[in-house]
Design a protein around this ligand. Structure first.
Ligand SMILES: Nc1ncnc2c1ncn2[C@@H]1O[C@H](COP(=O)(O)OP(=O)(O)OP(=O)(O)O)[C@@H](O)[C@H]1O
Length: 244
């Protein structure tokens, strides 16, 4: 779906943030970017979203066309004056498009928000707000989701539930995702591949290869899970030793 090659980037007047970053994202894959604070994870998402432009390197989309992209951020970033339905609708409305009622209802059911259509964000829990944010990202039939620590502010139980929801949605809808997280366990559970970053570069790649036919609990306690977590930990540790 996307081939990123030798991407280098520095913010204006600042030091080099990314140095020669290359990776691929295949269709239907969730790839996580994991690494220490300030290593450049969000910058990669911003480059892919086209919000900033690299000084060198290339990003090539399959067939040469940018896919329909949805964004999910750490803060659900909902409009406080708009209901659940209106918030989900908003990005499409801004583009002059309507969301068919059947599609809206399906999305609400997917993310478990049926019955809360007329609620305002302040009357929703953190997890419910995040689910509105996910439904909003999916409303335009996104084929790529760019997610920047979407569950960082949630407690662990809710985070597990949201991780399961993402896997269910991905299995049903087939989008691809680039996912920034600080959590090794979340990355291992959610990802087809994990790109472990060091300052401005990709230090290594881990492929968890979990057996998705197992129950969530069994996946999380499987040998494959533990091995992947250990590999990610070792790559992070090696990076931090190098920078010490
Ligand atoms: N708008 C900006 N102008 C100048 N420097 C910036 C800007 N945004 C980020 N940076 C710097 O670029 C580097 C990478 O930032 P980035 O947000 O990509 O890191 P990150 O890995 O996502 O960090 P975190 O995990 O803390 O969110 C950091 O040193 C940061 O201070």
């Amino acid at each position: 779906m996307l081939s990123v090659s030798k991407l280098s980037f520095a913010y204006e007047g600042g030091a080099q943030v990314l140095d020669d970053v290359s990776f691929d994202l295949k269709e239907g894959e969730i790839v996580s970017l994991l690494g220490p604070s300030g290593c450049g994870k969000s910058t990669i998402l911003r480059l892919i979203a086209g919000l900033i432009v690299p000084q060198s390197g290339s990003m090539k989309w399959k067939d040469g066309t940018t896919p329909e992209t949805g964004f999910v951020f750490q803060d659900a970033a909902l409009m406080p004056w708009a209901t659940v339905t209106e918030n989900i609708h908003l990005p499409l409305k801004l583009r002059g498009q309507e969301l068919a009622e059947g599609h809206l209802n399906r999305l609400l059911a997917y993310v478990g928000l049926s019955g809360l259509e007329t609620r305002f964000p302040q009357a929703l829990s953190g997890g419910q707000q995040m689910r509105v944010s996910i439904a909003r990202a999916l409303a335009a039939d996104a084929t790529l989701l760019l997610m920047d620590e979407p569950f960082g502010a949630l407690d662990e139980i809710l985070r597990f539930r949201m991780n399961d929801l993402m896997l269910k949605l991905k299995a049903e809808q087939g989008w691809s995702g680039l996912f920034v997280t600080h959590s090794i366990y979340e990355a291992v559970y959610l990802s087809d591949r994990i790109l472990v970053m060091d300052t401005g570069r990709i230090a290594g790649e881990v492929t968890p290869g979990l057996d998705r036919s197992l129950e969530a609990q069994d996946q999380r306690s499987s040998q494959a899970f533990l091995d992947a977590a250990r590999q990610v930990g070792a790559l992070l540790e090696a990076g931090s030793m190098e920078n010490a």
